[in-house]
Design a protein around this ligand. Structure first.
Ligand code: CTP
Ligand code: MG
Length: 238
């Protein structure tokens, strides 16, 4: 096999504070079905034969990570930033000597404990050698309303998807896209996922249908919902 064949790496940003969860600590350490949320995500990537190595980005002063991370197969990068985008950027920069430009990076939120090896494989095989990359997403099924300053309108759901993670891009493309997004005049807080930085370069990633179990745990009520999904067997993937 060509030694320069692209490899697949997981990068899990886990440096958020979980403000909307309003728990006593960062939400990625809340237990879901008896196991810390972050550990669910880590275990899914460890279980996947396709992933060469898994990296987790936490804050420099994170006191919890050492008790959550397994002793093998995962590397902790203590370089989290003030936003998700910064955390991902810093993590990618730390891997400069390790990853090659054409390696794939699967960026996955620590706050999505419902990821599993089947969804990881589906994303990788469906994205294939797509020139841009791909991400898991769900087609919008509800009628969509937009309310701005009291004015309410209906937005067509035609072609609308809700982005999930993992989002997979080549290492070099993702680094360049995030650098450009941070340098641009746009508010960097608007870049809430990796794909939007790539799209801002005029590129279109592939949308691969994910699964509701891969929901993002954001509000307090989401914890029970995530536990319900995790208590059920792996879904049949279409
Ligand atoms: N994240 C990160 N660094 C930040 C902010 C977020 O690594 N400065 C990570 C979170 O830990 C999470 C993922 O990005 O795994 C998605 O972010 P989100 O769900 O918004 O988590 P938080 O930012 O922690 O939550 P909130 O926005 O409610 O504060
Ligand atoms: Mg956030």
């Amino acid at each position: 096999m060509n030694s320069q064949a692209p490899r697949y790496f997981a990068l899990i940003p886990a440096a958020g504070v979980g403000a909307r969860m309003a728990a006593s600590g960062p939400k990625q350490y809340l237990k879901i079905g008896g196991k810390p949320m972050l550990r669910h995500a880590i275990d899914a990537f460890l279980f996947s034969d396709l992933i060469a190595h898994t990296y987790v980005v936490v804050s420099a002063d994170d006191p919890f990570i050492d008790s959550v991370v397994p002793s093998h197969g995962v590397t902790v990068l203590r370089c989290g930033g003030a936003t998700r985008m910064e955390s991902v950027r810093n993590g990618l920069a730390a891997l400069g000597g390790t990853l090659r430009d054409n390696d794939w990076v699967l960026v996955h939120d620590a706050a999505r404990p419902g990821i599993d090896d089947a969804l990881i494989e589906k994303l990788i095989t469906s994205t294939g050698e797509h020139p841009v990359g791909g991400l898991l997403a769900l087609p919008v099924v509800d009628t969509v309303k937009r309310s701005i300053a009291g004015e309410v309108g209906t937005v067509s759901r035609e072609g609308m998807w809700l982005a999930q993670t993992p989002q997979m891009f080549r290492y070099r493309l993702l680094r360049d896209a995030l650098a450009a997004a941070s340098d641009s005049a746009r508010d960097p807080r608007q870049v809430t996922d990796d794909a939007s930085a790539v799209e801002a370069l005029g590129l279109s990633p592939k949308l691969v249908e994910g699964h509701p179990r891969n929901m993002k745990v954001t509000m307090p009520g989401d914890v029970r919902l995530a536990e319900m999904y995790l208590a059920t067997a792996q879904p049949e993937l279409l």
